[in-house]
Design a protein around this ligand. Structure first.
Ligand SMILES: Nc1nc2c(ncn2[C@@H]2O[C@H](COP(=O)(O)OP(=O)(O)OP(=O)(O)O)[C@@H](O)[C@H]2O)c(=O)[nH]1
Length: 397
């Protein structure tokens, strides 16, 4: 890399930090996109710029400052980066581990500087930065969730793995390569390869964070377009799309059942306790049902206080199995009253269950049959499950 001189790479890196900080600030202040995470990222870049941006300016500083400031700056910017990452991924992890790692790292750097050793501060800084990079790998892997493809997970975690490996390699170098102490003490510039590698890894991490934010925005837009804003269940349009997809799978032998649930005397909840109680009741029902459904079941709000579950069946035509699930949803709702203003508010629902029929691309026949059973359940006294007779098989109930 003769064409590259190290001071130029360091200047490009410094410029990159300033531009990245301004970009994150713009996202936070102007566009209000993930403002807290973006502000943390901006602070991380500014800190990196302030503590690494000008090697020449530091040349005249006393040894303690020349060694300590970059190490503390790197540690601080890594802490800010992991904090931003957690905000972006909406991690529920408490910040204790970051506080511990940050404190231990800073103490290690401080103790190293106090000992007068040229190596100890850099060793402490490098080890704590590598530990934070590994923590970032765990955060990203957890935050992306199991449904993300392996390729995406690999791409997202790779720069953090790279940073941790760079740190571990440098730790080994510091410990086992003679002459490093003088290197550090004299503030010798890194080799061009090392400077470029370091710049590429840190720049890729920033790009990754931007990709994560875009992914979060897409997930948010997806949520807003597919979900009912009050209850979080699928909205009618998304549910109908899921039903159309399920109908297409029916031909391939993948059966499913539909259960339409309608809250009983829901008008009385609104009239007796107010509209806010009605809204809370709808949210409560969805919470209870979701807890008793599998991840593969799709719960949608068809409108008002009417919901529908699309449940894939292990054995196509297993109406009895679907009826058992529906009965469980009914029983659980009745057993878990809503706590409203300190008072238990018992809710019940009526349920109609039916199987879909083939040659019905949008599943309207299945929905109409389940709806007819729901009305039968209402007419027979509510708080019960009624099951449609299969179109082509023996009656079940
Ligand atoms: N709070 C609240 N109420 C809603 C919402 N959507 C629909 N409703 C109310 O739900 C009530 C439905 O009443 P009805 O259709 O008479 O049904 P019901 O009182 O549950 O009676 P049955 O279904 O026969 O047991 C109406 O008062 C609607 O205003 C909503 O999003 N929030």
């Amino acid at each position: 890399m003769d064409f590259l001189d190290v001071p130029t790479v360091l200047q490009v890196s410094a410029l990159f930090n300033v531009v990245a900080a301004l970009a994150w600030l713009g996202l936070a202040q102007v566009f209000r996109i993930a403002p807290r995470a973006s502000r943390l990222m901006a602070a991380g870049h500014l800190l990196r710029f302030a503590t690494h941006g000008c090697a020449d300016c530091m040349a005249d500083w006393p040894d303690v400052l020349r060694q300590g400031v970059p190490e503390l700056g790197l540690l601080g910017s890594m802490l800010l980066l992991v904090m931003a990452l957690r905000r972006m991924l909406r991690s529920r992890q408490r910040p204790h581990d970051l506080q511990w790692l940050g404190t231990l790292g800073a103490l290690g750097i401080g103790a190293g500087l106090a000992s007068g050793s040229g190596l100890a501060p850099q060793l402490a800084g490098t080890i704590s930065t590598s530990a934070l990079a590994l923590l970032a790998v765990r955060e990203v892997a957890r935050g992306l969730g199991p449904q993300r493809s392996r390729l995406i997970a690999l791409g997202m975690t790779a720069p953090f793995v790279g940073l941790a490996l760079l740190g571990l390699g440098h730790t080994a170098e510091l410990l086992f390569t003679p002459g490093w102490e003088d290197h550090v003490r004299l503030g010798v510039l890194p080799t061009p390869q090392r400077a470029v590698l370091w710049f590429v890894v840190t720049a890729t991490i920033t790009l990754n964070l931007i990709a994560l934010m875009i992914w979060r925005l897409i997930a948010r837009i997806e949520h807003l377009t597919h979900r009912d804003p009050l209850t979080g269940a699928l909205n009618r349009r998304a549910f109908e799309r899921a039903l159309t997809d399920a109908q297409a799978q029916l031909q391939r032998g993948r059966g499913f059942a539909l259960a339409i649930m309608d809250i009983d005397h829901f008008k009385r909840v609104n009239d007796g306790h107010g509209h806010a109680a009605g809204d809370a009741a709808l949210q409560h029902c969805v919470r209870v049902w979701q807890r008793h459904l599998r991840a593969v079941d799709r719960l949608g709000r068809l409108g008002g206080e009417e919901f529908c579950v699309l449940m894939p069946l292990a054995q196509p035509g297993d109406l009895a199995g679907a009826a058992t699930v529906a009965e469980r949803l009914r029983v659980q709702l009745a057993a878990e009253p809503l706590e409203w203003k300190g008072q238990p508010l018992t809710l019940t629902c009526s349920v109609g269950v039916a199987l879909p029929s083939e040659g019905d691309p949008h599943g309207e026949v299945g929905l109409v049959r389940a709806d007819a059973e729901l009305y039968r359940a209402k007419a027979e006294g509510r708080n019960r499950v009624c099951v449609a007779t299969p179109l082509t098989a023996d009656p079940v109930s």
